[in-house]
Design a protein around this ligand. Structure first.
Ligand code: GDP
Length: 422
């Protein structure tokens, strides 16, 4: 069984928490895109911790975690993450963490380029996390990337890096920055590469064998559908493909198809960084929701933009992700509201539509807001029957509008704090 767990909205839907919950049913959890530009927060018996690069299955001892070729990996960050988790009692070894030899290394000069570019753009910036993700993907597609597999052959690495640094310096010089040093880059690669090397392997053969043996494999996305490089709110997107159908390709088994797509959807909307966010709330109303939901970026600590549930965006997200079912998260956060605002449609140039739009038209969209009855505290509910009728109405509303069934409702950050509907 090949399952993708993916975000329906702008990211931060609580994917990490759902993967942590569901990973007991899976033998293997794969990350297939992105880098350390986002974080998954998980709360379980090990305490609360944030994962930026390592798949969420790491918290289960018998789950194998794969970092796929679709990822970009900052080796220094990875080493810190591994050491931090080990210090918390996690067991991490080449047995339960496997890194594709085809992933691209996110280099210090990529971070530098990200910062130089974001500073140059000033008030026109795209909201990059300045972790070098965009430049690393650019390196990959212009075929100037350092692959993790290159770390296994020092002589070839030394030779290839020369040309790459020379090329990168053309860009760095254009920004008026002093040239990057080949020696420093090589030392950085050798230092962190030495620690990461044992985990690097041909994950494709491992995964293909696992499929043959009938193992359950999960593909874990980072960031949501609206941040997909092609289908999201370009250019305010991530630099990679966040969609479920890319899971097998970015993980290492391009010939396989997923059997199920579980879409993680928040009971309200949040968005980190720049770009159009039609349902954005401001002032006290926003602050209340932000506080109730603890909406501050897991990787960067940035306050998130917040708003009500967005029907057009969520319908679109379900479609892009091919979601078979929805896991609705953070229902408990809405407890403080007597009546819950929801955006049922957009008004664009005088026309009402439930269809999401991308491009400049999205800037002219205004939310059509309606209210549903509040449902109070649902944090103690563990069965569908225990949910108040108004909470069930809220769920039914979401199912009807997105044309997708809600299978799970998360009512708290802890592993057991959820309701399974079917
Ligand atoms: P991800 O990147 O999609 O995994 O999302 P985040 O890491 O931003 O996780 C969302 C945050 O919400 C984390 O702090 C989680 O512990 C927390 N969280 C997840 N699900 C729930 C829930 O149902 N209720 C509450 N109150 N918090 C949740």
């Amino acid at each position: 069984m090949l399952t993708a767990i993916v975000g329906i909205n702008w990211g931060d839907e609580g994917k990490g928490r759902m993967v942590d919950l569901l990973s007991s049913d899976y033998d293997i959890v794969c990350r297939y895109q992105g880098g350390n530009n986002a974080g998954h927060t998980i709360v379980n018996e090990h305490g609360k911790f944030v994962l930026n690069l390592i798949p969420s299955g790491i918290s289960r001892e018998d789950t194998v975690n794969v970092m796929g070729n679709g990822m970009v990996i900052d080796l220094e960050h990875l080493v810190n993450e591994i050491e931090g988790l080990k210090a918390k009692g996690f067991k991490i070894s080449p047995e339960n963490l496997k890194i594709s030899d085809k992933a691209i290394v996110c280099m210090p000069y990529d971070k530098l380029q990200d910062c130089l570019e974001e500073d140059r753009l000033a008030d026109k910036k795209f909201g990059s996390t300045k972790r070098g993700i965009g430049p690393t993907y650019s390196d990959k597609y212009i075929k100037k990337g350092v692959r993790t597999g290159d770390l296994l052959n020092t002589e070839a690495l030394k030779e290839n890096l020369k040309g790459i640094v020379e090329w990168k310096n053309l860009t760095v010089n254009a920004y008026g920055h002093e040239p990057i040093s080949y020696d420093e880059m090589l030392q950085w690669l050798l230092k962190y590469g030495e620690i990461v090397k044992p985990y690097i392997c041909d994950v494709s053969s491992f995964l293909n064998n696992a499929v043959k043996e009938g193992k359950n494999i999960m593909f874990e996305a980072q960031l949501g559908a609206l941040r997909d490089i092609d289908y999201g709110i370009y250019p305010y997107t991530s630099s990679s493909t966040t969609l479920a159908s890319y899971g097998p390709i970015g993980a290492g088994i391009p010939g396989k198809k997923i059997d199920c797509s579980i879409g993680i959807m928040k009971a309200y909307s949040t968005c980190v960084g720049e770009g159009p966010f039609v349902v954005e709330m401001f002032g006290e109303e926003a602050e209340e929701l932000r506080k109730a939901g603890g909406e501050y970026g897991a990787a960067t600590g940035r306050p998130r933009r917040v708003g009500p549930f967005d029907v057009p965006a969520s319908r679109y997200g379900v479609l892009c992700q091919g979601a078979d079912v929805i896991a609705l998260t953070k229902m408990d956060v809405l407890a403080y509201l007597d009546r819950i605002p929801v955006c049922t449609a957009y008004e664009i140039d005088g026309e009402i539509t439930k269809d999401f739009v991308t491009g400049e038209k999205l800037n002219r969209a205004k939310p059509v807001i309606e209210y549903l009855p509040g449902f109070g505290d649902v944090s103690k509910c563990r069965t569908y029957e225990e949910l108040p009728e108004s909470a069930k109405d809220y769920i039914r509303f979401i199912e009807k509008e997105t044309e997708c069934k809600v299978q799970y409702v998360s009512v708290g950050p802890g592993r057991e704090e959820y309701v399974k509907i079917f």
